[in-house]
Design a protein around this ligand. Structure first.
Ligand SMILES: Nc1ncnc2c1ncn2[C@@H]1O[C@H](COP(=O)(O)OP(=O)(O)O)[C@@H](O)[C@H]1O
Ligand SMILES: [Mg+2]
Length: 230
């Protein structure tokens, strides 16, 4: 199979926390692939291993066994591959969205998004233009000068999404992005992720245990006790 066909490829990924008697197998033998432009869910109860799988794909949490390939680059094969600049790969290929927005409290909405762009070497005027356009497209044009504490939960989450998407990453990883939102804001966030997946041809992998949000996904993987069961 053509290796470049998938944005995310995971083969027999296992993550074991700790050693010996206290070892916890959080993910066992997980295999999945996500194509560019696809919106895929990891659905399962609390403690089933969803966050572990997402952070193992996201170059945050070293897999114990198995392979991870991101946008054609093998990053893990029985642990991280040697010689990789994980930070740089994270910055260039991945966008993260968390349950709680993680915005920088002393920067405005605009500056929070600009930071992500400037880290990837956009000039300040270019970063400002792109961040403004993005925030406007997320209906936050009136909020660009606001600080995180002045934003509603839905607004803050949309700013965090703008920041994660600023560099048009090939892969977007979202951990319960709608959990802190009401149904309407949650639906808006899902619609937005779907649109962006298609427009930017990003692979979007969303962890959720929110059954209200399952519409709109191209595929759903069910996770139970560390295993992908369907
Ligand atoms: N850093 C860690 N150290 C030890 N055990 C962990 C750690 N993170 C998660 N676990 C355990 O791994 C299992 C899966 O957790 P997690 O991936 O957070 O599941 P979910 O996101 O589905 O709620 C749980 O049993 C949890 O207690
Ligand atoms: Mg979790």
């Amino acid at each position: 199979m053509d290796k470049t066909m998938y944005a995310i490829e995971v083969e027999k990924l296992t993550k074991i926390y700790g050693k010996g008697e206290t070892a916890v197998t959080a993910i066992a033998d997980a295999t999945l692939q996500v194509k560019p432009g696809e919106l895929v869910a990891l659905l399962g109860p609390s403690g089933s291993g969803k966050t572990t799988l997402l952070t193992s794909i996201g170059l945050i949490n070293e897999p114990t066994h198995g392979k991870v390939v991101i946008d054609g680059t093998m990053v893990a094969d029985e642990g991280w591959l040697g010689g990789l600049d994980l930070k740089r790969l994270r910055r260039e290929k991945l966008g993260f969205i968390f349950q709680h927005h993680n915005l920088i409290p002393f920067l405005s909405a605009l500056e929070n998004v600009m930071v992500a762009l400037e880290i990837n070497h956009l000039s300040r005027p270019e970063a400002k233009k792109r961040a403004t356009d993005l925030l406007e497209s997320l209906n936050l044009g009136h909020r660009i000068e606001s600080y995180p504490k002045a934003l509603s939960g839905g607004e803050a989450q949309r700013v965090a999404i703008a920041r994660a998407l600023a560099n048009k990453p090939r892969v977007i990883l979202a951990d319960e992005p709608t959990a802190a939102l009401d149904t309407e804001n949650g639906k808006n966030v899902m619609t937005l992720l779907k649109t962006l997946a298609v427009e930017n041809q990003s692979a979007v992998l969303v962890v959720t245990h929110d059954h209200r949000m399952v519409e709109g996904f191209d595929r759903i993987f069910q996770v139970r006790d560390g295993r992908i069961v369907s």
